[in-house]
Write a protein that binds this ligand. Structure first.
Ligand code: UD1
Ligand code: CA
Length: 452
């Protein structure tokens, strides 16, 4: 029997220390807003309902949430009166009466679904409240979990804690599970009688104990509950995210020579036995198929690299670059919105945009598809097994036929038929001994100048 679960994500905070016009939860980790990570982990943990409480930057946060997770309900907290108050902004979602409720923070993007599942197990076994704690290296600022024989008695906010309580290093990570059946009864009992005059969500621990409910804490790694408060914290979380993702990929069979120099996006897909050289950046929407090799200093976004393909060093794949099996894209080559079919080669100093390149075609160094007339984009089609000589400009719309040749240095403005040679350049003429005449003239000029 599966239990229903509401993920209630708090994302209304001011985020003052970010010093940013952007709401804090919209700052990105691995290319996705932090709140999107929290939404994803909620879905992965089997939450059936999602409620987001937004406030600061309401429009931006709510449009981002509805775009990525349209099933979410969004609530506005108009005043920031504390986490207990924020949760009740989503009263209508709580009233629906799911079996479990997980209160999450929108600025804690490293949370793992397995941890949320562990919390849900405690609720399934009868806990009314379950708190996610961690052992802090430096507990300053965190709420402390006050236990007696592993029974959770209270959470004391740092400001309200006694010197003795401040010595406790078991801290509140901020994530809390509530039994849906008792949630409103507990939340409605919270008051703002504390140092901050705030409604503390954490007060439900003492309230539940007083009512004789079962209350428990489970432990997570400190890194998993790490909340972002500053841009430095954002970079720390990004680094941890990247490290974990690289580790996961290498475990699955991807080789990375210098993993710390490979930057992945949350949606990057890399199949087993891919080889990644140092210094590679993945933007959104990249898939790299098995046995491909990405050489150093390459930048990829919105691209597919086919099986056994080789790109770089210094390749740039932009959105819509689709490289089939066994293709080669070499140094200082930019590819955008183009299908490069099986075995085709684009090895040096080239721009291919809005194009289709047939299988086994060879594109010479310095070839440019002139795809833009200043207002519109046009397509270049290059046939199977075609050969484009170096330093050619292909002025789109234009088609180079199957098996056709383009002479180097051509500016091709008309279609080249199948198996034809297209030449479009000035014809060469040689003037015998003319070089000697030039040298003599130059020598005479030099001598004249040195005398005067
Ligand atoms: C909170 C916990 C503390 C815990 C710490 C972990 C409480 C009272 N304290 O403290 O025990 O150790 O997190 O990081 O819960 N928010 C709103 N509306 C509000 C207030 C907060 O949406 O009115 C949101 C914030 O955007 C943030 C989250 O709730 O995402 C936590 O609020 P914050 O003020 O950062 O709580 P802490 O003081 O860090
Ligand atoms: Ca905080």
């Amino acid at each position: 029997m599966s239990r229903s679960c509401l993920a209630l994500i708090l994302a209304a905070g001011e985020g003052t220390r970010m010093r940013s016009p952007l709401p804090k939860v919209m700052h990105k980790v691995a290319g996705l807003p932090m709140v999107t990570h929290v939404l994803n982990v909620s879905v992965d943990a089997g939450c059936t309902d999602i409620a987001v409480v937004a406030g600061n930057g309401f429009e931006l946060v709510s449009s981002s949430v509805s775009a990525s997770h349209p099933q979410s309900q969004i609530f506005e907290q108009t005043e920031r009166l504390g986490t207990g108050h924020a949760v009740l902004a989503a009263r209508a979602a709580i009233e629906k009466g799911t079996d479990d409720i997980l209160v999450l923070f929108g600025d804690t993007p490293l949370l793992r679904p397995g941890t949320l599942s562990r919390m849900r197990s405690e609720l399934a076994e009868g806990a009314a409240v379950v708190v996610l704690g961690f052992r802090a290296d430096d507990p300053t600022g965190y709420g402390r979990l006050l236990e007696d024989d592993s029974k959770l008695l209270a959470i004391r906010e740092h400001k309200d804690a006694s010197d003795h309580e401040r010595e406790v290093d078991f801290c509140n990570g901020g994530i809390m599970g509530l039994a849906g059946a008792h949630a409103l009864e507990l939340l409605d009992a919270i008051t703002n009688d504390n140092a901050n005059k705030e409604y503390y969500l954490t007060d439900v621990v003492e309230i539940a104990n007083a009512k004789g409910f079962s209350v428990t804490a489970i432990e997570a790694e400190e890194t998993e509950v790490m909340g972002v408060n500053t841009r430095n914290g954002l970079a720390d979380v990004e680094a941890l995210w990247q490290q974990a993702k690289r580790h996961e990929m290498m475990t699955a069979g991807v080789t990375m020579q210098a993993p710390e120099t490979v930057f992945l996006h949350a949606d990057t897909v890399i199949e087993p036995n891919v080889m990644l050289e140092p210094n590679i950046f993945f933007g959104p929407g990249v898939t790299v198929k098995a046995n491909a090799r990405i050489r150093a200093f390459s930048h990829l976004e919105g691209a597919t690299v086919g099986e056994g393909a080789e790109i770089g060093p210094y390749a740039r794949l932009r959105p819509g670059a689709n490289l089939a099996e066994g293709t080669k894209v070499g140094n200082f080559v930019e590819i955008k919105n183009a299908d490069i079919h099986q075995g085709a080669k684009v090895n040096h100093l080239t721009y291919i945009g809005d194009a289709e390149i047939g299988s086994e075609a060879n594109i010479g160094a310095g070839t440019i598809t002139c795809n833009y007339d200043g207002m519109n984009k046009h397509k270049t089609t290059i046939g199977i097994n075609a050969f484009v000589g170096s330093n050619s400009s292909l002025v789109a719309p234009v088609t180079i036929g199957n098996g056709a040749f383009v002479a180097s240095g051509s500016v091709i403005t008309e279609n080249v038929p199948d198996n034809a040679l297209g030449v479009a350049r000035g014809r060469q003429s040689n003037k015998p001994n003319y070089a000697n005449a030039i040298r003599e003239r130059n020598a005479a000029l030099k001598q004249k100048r040195s005398k005067s």
